[in-house]
Design a protein around this ligand. Structure first.
Ligand code: 13P
Length: 252
């Protein structure tokens, strides 16, 4: 059985006080739900230390939202995978569409970040997804295949044994427009089949998350689809009750 996962992506939100209180609320509330699923929060870098101290010895894992493709050196403002290890991160998000679009990260750079994360023992959560324009031009599968294939070329298909993929249609992020469960399932199936062609065993064990306006009231129907193994949650992960409700939608 492949791992199910619900991960929060806090993005650039909150301050220290709010982060501490959200983490504490999650720790209290998570104990009320079943545990056949993994849970995680990807917090801003400055709050990794407090995530580490608050979540250690709980069932909630933690991670970062970005990582440098370089090991060390003159890269002002960047954070390496080795540094993330100091905070005992399990996960790091790579290739989020906001990084691709706002910070110009190409498929190649994303693949190098993915590889750097894995080399340091972190589990990359590789985000893929199409814009509305690309969907309307009927090139969704082509776009996603290129995103995946660059990673397979740089890191190999076996690398997906220790990675998670998140399908996040750009048009559904922060817009309140969720992909329908069938639209999401179709792309999840396409992603899994793209990996099956290289290695069926790796593909069947691969956790593929859906992200994009997942809320407590639409999570269960998305998570019920056969190739959707959980969610990457943005806005709703900033409210403890909402995030916990989404987590319980997968356990039930
Ligand atoms: O980008 C996302 C998670 O990485 C999704 O964000 P929202 O859940 O706010 O749409």
């Amino acid at each position: 059985m492949r791992e199910k996962l619900v991960a929060g992506n806090w993005k650039m939100n909150g301050n220290l006080k709010e982060s501490v209180s959200l983490l504490n609320a999650l720790v209290t509330d998570i104990s009320t739900i079943g545990s056949n699923t993994s849970y995680a929060v990807c917090v801003p870098y400055p709050y990794l230390a407090v995530a580490q101290s608050t979540l250690k010895n709980t069932t909630i894992k933690w991670g970062a939202q970005n990582v440098s493709q370089h090991e060390s050196g003159a890269f002002t403002g960047e954070v390496s995978a080795i540094m993330l290890n100091d905070f005992e991160c399990t996960y790091v998000i790579v290739g989020h569409s906001e990084r691709r679009m706002l910070f110009g990260e190409s498929n190649q750079v994303v693949a190098e970040k993915y590889l750097a994360a894995q080399k340091a023992g972190l589990v990359p959560i590789l985000c893929v997804g199409e814009t509305l324009e690309q969907r309307d031009s009927d090139i969704t599968e082509q776009v996603i295949y290129e995103q995946l294939n660059t990673v397979m070329t740089v890191a190999g298909v076996d690398s997906f044994r220790n990675a998670v993929i998140a399908y996040e249609p750009v048009w559904a992020i922060g817009t309140g427009k969720t992909a329908t469960p069938q639209q999401a399932q179709d792309i999840h199936h396409f992603i899994r089949q793209s990996i099956v062609k290289q290695n069926a065993e790796v593909a069947s064990g691969l956790t593929i998350l859906y992200g994009g306006s997942v809320k407590a009231n639409n999570a269960a129907e998305l998570f019920a689809m056969p190739d959707i193994d959980g969610g990457l949650i943005g806005g709703a992960s900033l409210i403890a009750e909402e995030f916990i409700a989404i987590c319980s939608a997968i356990s039930s």
